[in-house]
Design a binder for this molecule. Sequence first.
Ligand SMILES: O=C(O)CCC(=O)C(=O)O
Ligand SMILES: [Fe+2]
Length: 409
Amino acid sequence: MASNISSAVVSEHHAEGSVFDKTSGLRVIDLSNFEERKQEIAQQLVSSAKDVGFFFITGHGISQSDIDKTFEYSKLFFNLPVSVKEKHPFDLDTFAGWRGLKELSEVTGTRLWEQFVAPIDRPGNPIAGTKYPEDNLIPGFKKHVEEFQRKSQAVAGLLLRGLAIGLGQSEDFFLGGLDFDADDVATLLGFNYYPPTEGHWKAGDAFRLHGHADYNLITLLYRREGETGLELLPGKDAVADPRVKNQDIRGAWRGVPDNTASWVPAPPLKGTITVNIADILTRWTDGELRSTYHRVRSPDQATGEPLGERRSLAHFVAPNRSFVVKSIKGTYPPITAGELIASEGHAYGSKFNDPEWQRIAYSTEGFTAATATRGPARHALSQNPSNVFRVFVGSEDLFPEEAPRIAVA
Ligand SMILES: O=C(O)CCC(=O)C(=O)O
Ligand SMILES: [Fe+2]
């Protein structure tokens, strides 16, 4: 049984020792004493990975002070002036770098999210030396990112060993591409910053992060207590999405319409890391393990959610770029992890000037009463039914240093 979980949030202890979070229904998997318990852990991991593709882990050994320190670096980075951050722009080939509110608003339709995806800065990396601010601006930042990722990657190693065991493969089956010291290491630490919404929205009817599935192998998502908003769409994943061709699960920067019904809230659970299966693992396992769509909804004042800033850390664990991903049953053609990652980056890049894609991904199709009944959105939507997201870009005062590029009808 998980020891460091508050009994107030975890309800059911099932006969076989499984623990589930009451709010989200997600399984809480205790990784402690992995070597002795790996068969049991393996069964729990595979069950969750096949079912929702999301779960919480405890007994992971990452200290709260390491996590807190990484969140402190997040503050230091995002507090830098835009003129500094934009010197390290998002790179389409490696998925690393900074994406600001203005850029993301054009691609995703939301103006409530800023991201810095931090690489491991090895000399052989094509973007070596280009993605970090000068060390005197944030002393020790790059070094800390590497140390933190090394620890987090060790936890990912346990998860991948467990998943391999549970699938009847050799224990190191998924570890082949995870050489952290190689020059083509591709694992990244995503820093997400969602600005405060207080005074701008009265209800939880805008999205901080659009619905998406992660492009990488497996994600360890670090969140802060009380920072709600993450929602999942069980059953809607990379394989189930008809817009993703069955023979081609690769990054496509797919947006799932945010109006789709049945999003399940998954608030953070004290002492745990949230883990999700991502596209490369789905591809590798012929769709057996699910890369599930998820998003971050803006807080709803009516239900007392905090309206202040929100931050998260997404450790996007990925095989090294030269590693060839071959699906177990041969459903998908072999491809290098580097190509998969770059195709996701380029798909994102191609959205800049593609209004038709934005229309399909984020706006009206299937738009239902679920959103239409919520406060300001309803009114604004009635003014401009063509795109629900555009109605929120009127709040330029949120980001005074950025001029609005999208006209509000
Ligand atoms: O901020 C969150 O809770 C989710 C972040 C996420 O899904 C991502 O960075 O891919
Ligand atoms: Fe994600």
